[in-house]
Design a protein. Structure first.
Length: 59
């Protein structure tokens, strides 16, 4: 699931911040710049969370 909606992204971030492992905090500490959005995909019980960098603007 990928969200570019600000409201939906905020809900996803709040859920990630409330996890015991602090998944979002760990991701945030890995890179100093925030992504344009995050992508979350899940199959059965495993969840894959990855940061999607903003697209570079062409000159």
């Amino acid at each position: 699931m990928v969200s570019k909606s600000k409201a939906h992204c905020r809900r996803m971030l709040q859920a990630l911040q409330q996890t015991r492992a602090g998944i979002f905090d760990q991701l945030e500490n890995c890179q100093h710049t925030l992504p344009e959005y995050i992508a979350i995909s899940s199959e059965t019980s495993a969840t894959l969370i990855h940061r999607v960098p903003p697209e570079k603007k062409k000159k």
